[in-house]
Design a protein around this ligand. Structure first.
Ligand code: MLT
Length: 254
């Protein structure tokens, strides 16, 4: 991995492949390794940048509260460091929230957008409350709380479950807590969708237990030109459950 200091956090990233710049963002509470199985299908056509978002993997975090927009600023800093002015960007779940925050703040820097198992809507009051409760539980009992709660919901596939379990276990308490609060406070970005006149791809499993496929259908309704790839039998981890199909769908961002 390589490292750069931006906005008081060290952002770790991997870079592989050659071609059109493509930033791939992981979801919660994972890290860039989520893309390990998809990246090989893309690296002949894309210059792939795989960051660990602040608080995850080998990236550091801060203890003061932060937002999706701060995470988008981290990416802007990383892209500046790499000398990349404009890039395609796709995000898995929470990574998709960061992608949309980035597109809102830096529309001129985006050439195409992908949302994998994600949504543009903000949290319901119940969901928000649940996140604060989980954050308090993690503060008290550690990351094991989310390992147990999330692993079965991420995928029904045992191989994928074993992988995500090991990834979640290595995440830091502060990173998990910071992201839970940032997700709880995120803006509803449904209203910016119609202004996004870019190549847009939506990839979603029909048995996603964390973010129902209806959330992706609502985005498709707001952006009729978006490509919508519904993966039958996929849960919340299409980039592992259907790595080839996910990569093929992302190729429209070239
Ligand atoms: C994720 O996979 O990134 C999270 O489940 C998203 C969320 O909790 O909203």
């Amino acid at each position: 991995m390589k490292y750069v200091l931006v906005n008081d956090v060290t952002i770790a990233y991997e870079r592989r492949g050659k071609g059109t710049p493509l930033v791939l963002l992981h979801g919660f509470p994972l890290d860039h390794a989520s893309w390990n199985e998809t990246a090989p299908f893309l690296e002949n056509e894309f210059d792939i940048i795989l960051p660990d978002l602040r608080g995850f993997g080998q990236s550091t975090t801060v203890e003061t509260p932060y937002t999706m927009s701060d995470m988008a600023d981290d990416l802007a800093g990383l892209l500046d460091h790499l000398g990349i002015e404009k890039t395609a960007m796709a995000g898995h779940s929470m990574g998709g929230y960061v992608v949309l925050a980035f597109a809102k703040k830096y529309p001129q820097r985006v050439s195409g957008l992908g949302l994998v198992s994600s949504q543009a809507a903000s949290d319901s009051p119940e969901r928000k409350e649940g996140r604060y409760k989980t954050a308090a539980d993690v503060a008290e009992k550690g990351v094991a709380v989310v390992v147990e709660a999330m692993t079965p919901k991420l995928s029904a596939n045992e191989r994928v479950q074993a992988f995500v379990r090991s990834v979640i276990e290595r995440q830091s308490k502060n990173g998990v807590i910071g992201a839970l609060k940032a997700m709880a406070e995120r803006e509803d970005l449904m209203s910016i969708l119609s202004s996004l006149t870019l190549p847009f791809v939506l990839i979603h499993g029909d048995v996603d237990a964390l973010i129902p496929i209806d959330r992706a259908k609502e985005i498709k309704a707001a952006i009729p030109s978006a490509k919508f790839v519904e993966l039958m039998g996929a849960g919340h981890m299409p980039m592992m459950e259907f790595a080839l199909e996910t990569a093929e769908a992302l190729k429209m961002l070239k």
